[in-house]
Design a protein around this ligand. Structure first.
Ligand SMILES: *Cc1c(COP(=O)(O)O)cnc(C)c1O
Length: 365
């Protein structure tokens, strides 16, 4: 079997010990299995810096998008209005959800390489008192920009809006204290920085805000409140749970703690990312996002020269053991490299050497 390491924003490379957890078939109503779910929920609260009096955790089957849509359809009722702040495809996906649900919303969008403007958001909140919720993405995986959610969290508190954050690709990879930030709903999934396998997402929610969601959902399977009510009793999921994925995730969480917690993991990712950008920068492959706005998760790079054949480049790198990601921008030609997952400095050094070899070879031809 040809194997490779994934340098993508998820699913990503996991440890063999995480994968081994999936070799046993577990029973969904068995007490030991239900305890795994409860353990996961408790540990997620700890990673968020939250207490179980103030916050709770809901796990939701499906990919990360399902957990985002579940939150949007459950937290924002027919009489509410959302301000959706976007600077990338994942924010735009939330706008798409709002259209499907028929939500009352306003979109505030900026260029993909820019931060949303705090004063502009303040002006919108001043002008439109109907707004009840603010929604934004933390790390916009489209480009790799890391949005300054603290600024918008403060605005949400000042104007008493419910604050919903898609932190899919940053949770547990970037340090954050959810209660201190005052986030009401924060969403991520099993296959990103916690380094599990894909199959479910999770929502860390302020308890009083979640309790207010009862009856809001326009979807049965995505009803976040109902999912929580069932799960909170004893750890039994409403409808079939992804048992293998849950077991693997529990192991992945233990491994995160063994690594030294979010702080240590974040440091490893930052180091990976710094080396990647520095070495590629030296051979003329520039990042699309400026250093100070760049997340330690994924980087968008501009094509080093024209013509540049991404397919050819991808195959060259893949044959040497690494899989990278195409770009997601429409106006410039880019590719992306993720540096999260079971990826260390030696992998990044090796990757950079492979890319140097490719670029050198192409320019010498
Ligand atoms: C990965 C990701 C999602 C979810 O994507 P899925 O393909 O549904 O798992 C949502 N938002 C962001 C910012 C992401 O990085």
């Amino acid at each position: 079997m040809n194997t490779y390491k994934l340098l993508t924003p998820g699913p990503l490379t996991t440890t063999s010990t995480v994968k081994e957890e999936m070799l046993f078939d577990r029973c969904t109503w068995d007490q030991d299995y239900k305890e795994i779910t409860q353990k996961i929920r408790t540990q997620l609260l700890e990673f968020a810096g939250a207490s179980n009096e103030e916050y709770t955790v809901v796990l939701m089957q499906g990919s990360g998008t399902f957990a985002v849509e579940s939150t949007i359809t459950s937290a924002i009722s027919a009489t509410d209005k959302a301000l959706i702040i976007t600077n990338g495809a994942y924010g735009e996906r939330i706008v798409k959800m709002a259209n499907y649900i028929g939500l009352n919303y306003q979109e505030y969008s900026v260029e993909y390489n820019e931060y949303p403007n705090e004063e502009e958001v303040r002006r919108i909140l001043e002008e439109d008192e109907a707004i009840t919720h603010m929604v934004m993405v933390h790390c916009e995986t489209t480009t790799g920009i890391l949005n300054p959610i603290d600024k918008f969290a403060r605005l949400a508190q000042e104007y008493e809006k419910v604050f919903i954050v898609d932190a899919m690709s940053s949770f547990a990879g970037v340090e954050m204290n959810v209660p201190e930030l005052g986030i009401d709903f924060i969403i991520s999934s099993a296959n990103k920085c916690i380094q599990g396998v894909p199959g479910f997402g999770f929502v860390i929610a302020k308890l009083d805000k979640l309790l207010a969601c009862e009856g809001n959902a326009r979807s049965l399977s995505l009803d976040l409140f109902d999912q929580w009510r069932e799960m909170d009793k004893d750890g039994k999921w409403r409808y079939t749970s992804p048992t293998h994925v849950v077991a693997a995730f529990s192991k992945a969480m233990d491994e995160l703690i063994e690594e030294g917690g979010v702080q240590a993991r974040s440091a490893r990712y930052q180091n990976n990312n710094r080396i990647l950008r520095e070495r590629l920068g030296k051979i003329g492959i520039q990042a699309y996002i400026t250093d100070e706005k760049q997340s330690p998760v994924i980087t968008t790079f501009l094509f080093p020269h024209e013509p540049f054949n991404f397919g050819d480049f991808y195959t060259f790198v893949k044959e040497k053991g690494y899989v990278i990601y195409p770009g997601k921008l429409t106006d410039v030609d880019t590719f992306r490299i993720g540096n999260i997952g079971e990826i260390y400095e030696e992998d990044i050094q090796e990757l950079c050497s492979i890319i140097e070899e490719y670029v050198g070879g192409v320019t010498n031809e």
